[in-house]
Design a protein around this ligand. Structure first.
Ligand code: ADP
Length: 505
């Protein structure tokens, strides 16, 4: 073993940087330094003297002035580094914790120089423009002299430092140097403890970045106001089930640890009954990302690439979990096929494999598949446990319709004399859906604008704010909208494809 002598040792014992008299290097210290070469030799010859060499070198390290030790670390000081200086690491870290907000980047490496000569605690970091900043980790103010000016450095405040700045702590002076008097790089590990947090920091950075990106994704999707369960009329049982099956497991994962959860749902029923609406509300209530796809689009756009696209889709969902994938017109991708249609089977198998992965990994990814044509679904899908919960979504009953009416008129003025009971009865009889109710309210609103001449005024640029503030949707507006709807329904015989169960009201 070879211990290198510090060649310029004479510099150290002749000019200690901490220049307060009581901290000056002792005569004993000088003796140790002078003996270093001799000890090195002795060390190579005899094991007995080896321990003495370590002790002496420790003492020697003590003699290196703090500003040179610090300068040596500064030579290799990077953006994500932090240096703490003081008597006790725990105390320094505790104070630094209070000032952590001053450091605007992630700390990946920490260094600690134990020092008894300074009489205080300091932290150093590099700011985003590459300047070194010092943080006052003491509960008293420190004078920092730069050129001829002196600045007060308040407790837990930071200030950037340049070469030759002097920080005074209880009268002890620390000079900021860019280079030590001599090369100390070989001894850094003897006077500075190093801590590497890079792996952990990188993991956390990735986590935070993913969160930020998924927020971006959500912001991007929230072009319309988010839908809540309150804005879903009726469907009470479905809402309760989805809360238990999806929202609570996402919100309280600790309560579901080790449990095998169901990740696949099939909602079936006529168009306009709110399948998309409730899935959107589900994602919002669960605080999950919402990816909405249409099976028909997938089928036509992705022919030949379908399986890879499904894999990518699930990958994206897993990366941004919690995620709700909503697939409308699921029968287009997962429909029954005859044996010649190999392509379809492959896609169905791919979807089932991906669902199995989600189940095995217990990922916070839930797939809500909707169809108007339940019977057309491939039995490999409906029978598999991968889509374990099937819910029929029927047109609402009278109370459901009343709720949907209220939801749709919440931000509109409706004349207080409007009697909706008859309208609700007629709509129940016609098996009207939530989408139908929305349509009727919109139409009634338009009818009111025609009746009061508001559309004409808009056309002639004569509309005033009084016209709008005095406007209310009246009974006749609803009557006309309802009659038009019923007539239209009769004319076009709008019985939805795949409508299975008769409405019980
Ligand atoms: P589906 O997916 O079943 O075809 P949607 O969810 O697309 O039906 O419904 C279309 C629109 O009708 C929704 O955006 C919503 O405004 C309205 N709607 C349908 N069902 C409901 C409901 N139960 N509560 C409130 N609004 C509804």
């Amino acid at each position: 073993m070879r211990i290198n002598p510090i060649t310029a040792r004479t510099n150290y014992y002749s000019s200690p940087a901490i220049s307060k008299t009581k901290n000056e290097v002792t005569p004993e210290g000088r003796t140790d330094l002078v003996d270093l070469n001799h000890l090195n030799l002795t060390c190579n010859q005899s094991m007995v003297n080896f321990k003495a060499t370590i002790d002496i070198s420790r003492m020697l390290i003590k003699q290196i002035p703090l500003d040179d030790k610090l300068a040596s670390l500064f030579q290799n000081f990077k953006l994500e580094d932090m240096i703490l200086v003081g008597k006790n690491l725990h105390e320094c870290a505790k104070e630094m914790y209070k000032s952590a907000g001053l450091v605007k980047n992630t700390i990946k490496r920490g260094f600690f120089i134990q020092d008894e000569t300074l009489g205080g605690k300091l932290g150093f970091f590099k700011n985003s423009i590459g300047d070194t900043e010092v943080i006052n980790l003491n509960d008293f103010e420190l004078p920092l002299t730069s050129n001829t000016k002196t600045y007060p450095l308040k407790p837990h405040d930071s200030f950037y430092v340049i070469e030759d700045d002097i920080i005074s702590i209880n009268g002890n002076l620390l000079t900021i140097k860019e280079k030590p008097k001599t090369d100390l790089s070989m001894y850094r590990k003897n006077f500075a403890k190093a801590f590497d947090f890079e792996k952990e920091a990188n993991k956390n950075i990735e986590k935070i970045n993913k969160k930020t990106i998924s927020q971006l994704m959500r912001t991007h999707q929230k072009t319309t106001t988010p839908v809540t369960f309150e804005q879903v009329g009726g469907l009470q049982e479905l809402k309760t089930s989805l809360k238990k099956d999806v929202i609570y497991p996402i919100r309280y994962p600790e309560a579901y640890e080790g449990m095998e959860l169901n990740h696949g749902f099939i909602l079936y029923g006529p168009p306009g009954t709110g399948k998309t609406h409730i899935a959107r509300a589900l994602a919002n209530e669960a605080g999950a990302n919402f990816i909405s796809l249409n099976g028909l689009d997938l089928e036509s756009k992705w022919v030949g690439e379908s399986e890879a696209n499904w894999r990518n889709l699930f990958e994206e969902a897993k990366e941004n979990q919690p995620t709700i994938i909503f697939v409308d017109e699921f029968d287009a991708v997962a429909r029954k096929r005859d044996s010649r249609d190999v392509y379809g089977d492959k896609v169905v198998n791919q979807i089932l494999t991906l669902m199995t992965d989600i189940d095995n990994e217990n990922a916070d990814v839930y797939v809500v598949a909707a169809t108007n044509n339940y019977k057309a679904l491939d039995s490999a899908i409906t029978r598999s446990g991968r889509f374990g919960k099937h819910y029929e979504v029927t047109p609402p009953d009278k109370e459901g319709l009343r709720e949907i009416f209220k939801i749709n008129t919440k931000n509109r003025k409706v004349d207080e004399n409007v009697d909706i009971e008859k309208m609700l009865d007629k709509l129940v009889e016609a098996k009207a859906t939530g989408a139908d109710m929305r349509h009727i309210v919109n139409e009634a609103h338009n009818n009111g604008f025609v009746r009061t001449g508001i559309f004409d005024k808009m056309e002639n640029s004569k509309l005033t704010s009084l016209d709008i503030s005095g406007f209310k949707i009246a009974q006749e507006d609803f009557d006309k909208a309802l009659n038009d709807f019923l007539k239209d329904k009769k004319d076009t015989s709008r019985k939805p494809v795949g409508f299975i169960k008769n409405q019980t009201s």
